[in-house]
Design a protein around this ligand. Structure first.
Ligand code: NAD
Length: 318
């Protein structure tokens, strides 16, 4: 995509969408950014506000647009829909957000859009599947943010615990972006050294119980943040920017996103969080890690929970 004008359309200028827009502007990732929301005044206000700051950031065209603007878009990022109220799980949002997505995806496709969809709205795995089905696009061009945020939370907390730069911690959260996600300890390392082996050789300083607590904090982070400030948005916004760069700059980066499984890990016809290679064509390849038996069982449990939760949607829409 290099050499051409890059355009991202953000559908849903709420907490997540506008934080993502702000991060895109700060990091100078695209040439054109279009904001679209049911609440047109909010999208317009955001476009004005961002434009006013733009001379201090990177040159970029920013406007509040319409679905027609999706035709020329490389990326349509959907952050529209209901978010979790305190105490609500992500799966509680399925019905409401599927209805919203049917309208949105149809409008995007009617514009002649021929790019890549990124979905962040929850429940993200199910809505990625729904977007793939409604759009009729090849599956590699419909990507959910999956566990991109959970993985970075995990790396941050592990880095903090071991007092190591989180960029030197390699560790994945896989599965549902939600309550049944799992930590992949068998493939977690610090600078190439497996974390569990590092732990054993520093058993006077670090414990497995603390690692288990770290995972619980990752899994429940959204609840803790929502209790305190009503929503989470900066972390996912930066995760979406990371994913945007991987796509627009054709990086072939390994990121934990929600992708369709077609036999990988013994699963079919489900979008779920997995490490995958992402480039300008979308998902190049789902990485099939050699999970240990316990991790594989947890991954299948997570997949089964998602499949069960989406059954009414699949029956009534597809
Ligand atoms: P929000 O309520 O602040 O924003 C949602 C926006 O969507 C609103 O501005 C609303 O007007 C707009 N909208 C609703 N229906 C629309 C439609 N048909 N067309 C266009 N716009 C429409 O919510 P938020 O906090 O920004 O969260 C958005 C979504 O992102 C939620 O589902 C939330 O759970 C999810 N989320 C995902 C992650 C992740 O890791 N994937 C992290 C945080 C939040």
């Amino acid at each position: 995509m290099s050499g051409k004008t890059t355009r991202v359309v953000i559908i849903g200028a709420g907490f997540v969408g506008s934080s993502y827009a702000y991060a895109l502007l700060n990091q100078g990732v695209v040439d054109e950014m279009v904001l679209l929301d049911l609440n047109q005044a909010k999208a317009k206000g955001d476009a004005m506000d961002l434009n006013h700051g733009m001379p201090y950031g990177s040159p970029m065209k920013i406007w509040a647009g319409t679905y027609e603007d999706c035709k020329q878009a490389d990326l349509v990022v959907i952050t529209a829909g209901a978010n979790q109220a305190p105490g609500e799980t992500r799966l509680d949002l399925i019905e409401k957000n599927t209805k919203i997505f049917q309208l949105i995806v149809n409008d995007v496709m009617s514009s002649g859009f021929d790019g890549i969809f990124v979905v962040a709205t929850n429940p993200v795995d199910i809505l990625s599947y729904v977007t793939w089905k409604f759009s009729g696009l090849p599956t590699e061009r419909v990507i959910g943010s999956g566990t991109i945020l959970d993985t970075v939370r995990f790396r941050f907390l592990l880095g903090d615990y071991f007092n190591v730069d989180p960029r030197n911690v390699h560790a994945y959260i896989m599965g549902e972006h939600g309550d049944t996600e799992l930590p992949v300890w068998s493939h977690a390392d610090i600078g190439g050294r497996p974390i569990l082996s590092y732990l054993n050789s520093h058993s006077d300083m670090y414990t497995k119980e603390s690692l288990d607590d770290i995972f619980i904090n990752v899994r429940d982070a959204a609840y803790h943040i929502i209790e305190r400030k009503g929503a989470t948005y900066y972390g996912i916004a930066l995760g979406l920017v990371r994913l945007t760069k991987a796509i627009l700059r054709n990086e072939n980066s390994v990121l934990t996103i929600s992708a369709l499984l077609r036999g990988e890990y013994g699963l079919e016809d489900i979008y779920i969080g997995v490490p995958a290679i992402v480039n300008g064509h979308g998902v190049r390849e789902v990485m099939e890690l050699q999970l240990d038996q316990d991790e594989m069982e947890q991954f299948h449990t997570s997949a089964n929970v998602l499949k069960e939760a989406m059954l009414p949607i699949v029956t009534s829409y597809f």
